[in-house]
Design a protein around this ligand. Structure first.
Ligand SMILES: Nc1nc2c(c(=O)[nH]1)N[C@H]1C(S)=C(S)[C@@H](COP(=O)(O)O)O[C@H]1N2
Ligand SMILES: [Mo]
Length: 543
């Protein structure tokens, strides 16, 4: 049998295994699809520099690339190997499938909060794959003959191999066949036509079960629950946004970032689906009375509304990982006081439904700022991607140390006793946001007309506030930009400056000064371990 045919056998059996696994995962939980679990485990085991490279190179599609990579390895690496093994001896093929199943099971069952049932998709997939493999091997090797290949294989092969496109022989007549079995190493007979029709059927079955599984396992349940949430009115509404907060310049980031445009960063391969009726937040550790509150409890507490700009520590100078939204939520301090904080504690270790953790300085959360357990974003129930039903938002701290999405657990502890997700991966335990500024218009390498042009962007220094933004052209004198109004120190601030552009190539740089009097350093620092520094610099052409 040619190599392609052996590879095809394994490929189709592997496809059937994945299709059935996906279908069963639709009922058990989409995150129990073994390919995802292997991908998740890969994310957790990947060294930080590789992960950063992946985020830099693939951006928000980093996870799609990873899952695609696992699929390609399984389908084009592992599966053909299993096909080859199966043709030597079916039990070798089964053993290959079993190894592949064990890797899947290990990944699935070591997920945080994994249960025994989570093994089902992998087991069903491996079972279906084994069945498909046996069936295809029988078709491809022309079942219907007696156990001919033992002892006298060669006498029968030419007849079959010589008429590959003849009418399908054997099978389909309901007669029970003995299992095919070969002496290791003997080339079995080959029925190309029956292999191809069988493979086509297998591919169709694999595709159909996979797609059905994806559809059924979609987010309907949580979407329905989310649509049913009635948001209470805030007890403390946000300060009105001044009319002059948005300069309304084309290409400039709007003051409020619409939810659909808001950047997204998380380690979850698929977004956790948390039913608000099942959600609870447990607060324990260095507290007088551990408490566990439900979503309904949370919505009964007084709600605070606040405009806060979130920023990611992985944002390069001039990068897109910042967004400003109006959040609605319960003050974290109020919930924590119910539990009674013990002295000596300095860290909140918050855990997400998917096992991700943040370590947040306790004094920051308790100092009166709008640190929230947020339930809504820009007037909408919190989107699933941004942490539905409940996430943290803490003005002035990078997301990785404060903004836990799908938060379910808070341990009151100490920085010298506990570590959050990113700390052992090379990032600082504490991450106050660095004062930054960005040029939004023009875009790098834009071509402009000579004469009056507008240069504009945003600057941020959350919880301190931006006091000044300066721009310089071609390394000349720093000029003061015009600042837009802001409702408070927790949001970014738009700025703009007019520029009389002469023909030629020009370099534009920006720097901000925050309300503490600190002016951004021009010294370049990479994003790790605690945020990039440097002035955003672009080059444009005026012709
Ligand atoms: N559960 C969970 N929460 C998380 C993260 C994560 O990986 N998992 N990433 C954090 C980081 S690094 C950032 S910058 C913010 C981003 O929030 P957003 O995706 O709503 O913009 O979420 C934080 N919360
Ligand atoms: Mo982040």
């Amino acid at each position: 049998m040619p190599a392609w045919a052996r590879a095809l056998l394994g490929l189709v059996a592997g496809g059937v295994a994945l299709g059935i696994a996906q279908l069963v995962a639709a009922f058990v939980g989409p995150e129990t699809f073994p390919v995802l679990a292997v991908g998740d485990a890969t994310v957790d085991l990947t060294p930080a520099p590789v992960k950063e490279f992946a985020i830099r190179t693939f951006g928000e599609s980093d996870k799609a690339v990873l899952v695609g990579g696992v699929l390609v390895v399984v389908l084009f690496g592992v599966a053909p190997l299993i096909g080859m093994l199966a043709l030597r001896r079916l039990s070798y093929g089964f053993a290959g499938l079993a190894v592949f199943g064990v890797v899947g099971l290990l990944a699935v069952l070591t997920r945080p909060e994994a249960g025994v049932l989570d093994a089902l998709p992998t087991l069903a997939g491996v079972g279906a794959g084994a069945w498909a493999l046996a069936w295809l091997v029988r078709r491809a090797t022309g079942d219907g003959e007696p156990v001919h290949t033992i002892g006298a294989p060669s006498s029968l092969q030419p007849a079959r191999a010589g008429a590959p496109d003849g009418p399908a022989s054997g099978g389909g007549d309901g007669v029970e066949r003995p299992a095919v079995m070969w002496v290791a190493g003997e080339p079995p007979a080959f029925d190309r036509r029956r292999l191809l029709t069988g493979a086509a059927g297998g591919v169709a079955a694999a595709g159909a079960t996979y797609l059905l599984g994806r559809t059924l396992g979609g987010r309907q349940t949580v979407d329905i629950a989310r649509a049913g949430v009635a948001l209470p009115k805030p007890a403390t509404p946000a300060r009105p946004i001044p009319a002059g907060a948005d300069l309304r310049i084309g290409g400039l980031s709007p003051f409020i970032t619409p939810n659909k445009d808001f950047y997204r960063v998380d380690t979850a391969l698929i977004v956790p689906q948390v039913d608000p009726d099942d959600w609870t937040l447990r607060i324990h550790g260095m507290v007088d009375r551990p408490v566990e509150i439900t979503y309904a409890d949370l919505l009964k507490m007084p709600l605070t509304e606040a405009d806060v700009t979130l920023t990611c520590v992985s944002n390069e100078v001039g990068g897109p990982l910042a967004g400003n939204a109006r959040w609605l939520g319960v003050r974290m301090a109020e919930v924590l006081r119910q539990a009674g904080l013990q002295s000596g504690a300095d860290m909140l270790l918050s855990t997400s439904e998917d096992g991700f953790t943040c370590g947040t300085p306790l004094d920051v959360v308790m100092d009166g700022r709008d640190a929230l357990f947020a339930v809504a974003m820009n007037g909408e129930v919190l989107p699933v991607d941004h942490g539905f039903p409940v996430r943290q938002v803490v003005p002035g701290l990078y997301g990785y140390v404060s903004a836990t999405k799908w938060v379910v657990d808070i341990k009151v502890t100490r920085f010298d006793r506990d570590q959050a997700y990113w700390t052992p991966r090379g990032w600082s335990a504490k991450g106050p946001i660095k004062t930054q500024s960005r040029i939004d218009v023009p875009k790098p390498a834009d071509t402009l007309k000579p004469g009056r042009n507008t240069v504009a962007g945003v600057a941020w220094a959350q919880h301190t506030g931006v006091d000044a933004v300066e721009v310089r052209f071609d390394g000349g004198e720093w000029r003061q930009a015009k600042l837009a109004e802001v409702p408070g120190p927790d949001t970014w601030r738009q700025w703009s400056i007019d520029w009389d552009a002469r023909p030629g190539e020009h370099r534009i740089e920006v720097r901000a000064t925050d309300a503490s009097g600190y002016t951004q350093t021009g010294e370049l620092a990479p994003v790790a371990p605690d945020g990039a520094t440097g002035w955003h610099t672009i080059t444009v052409n005026v012709v």
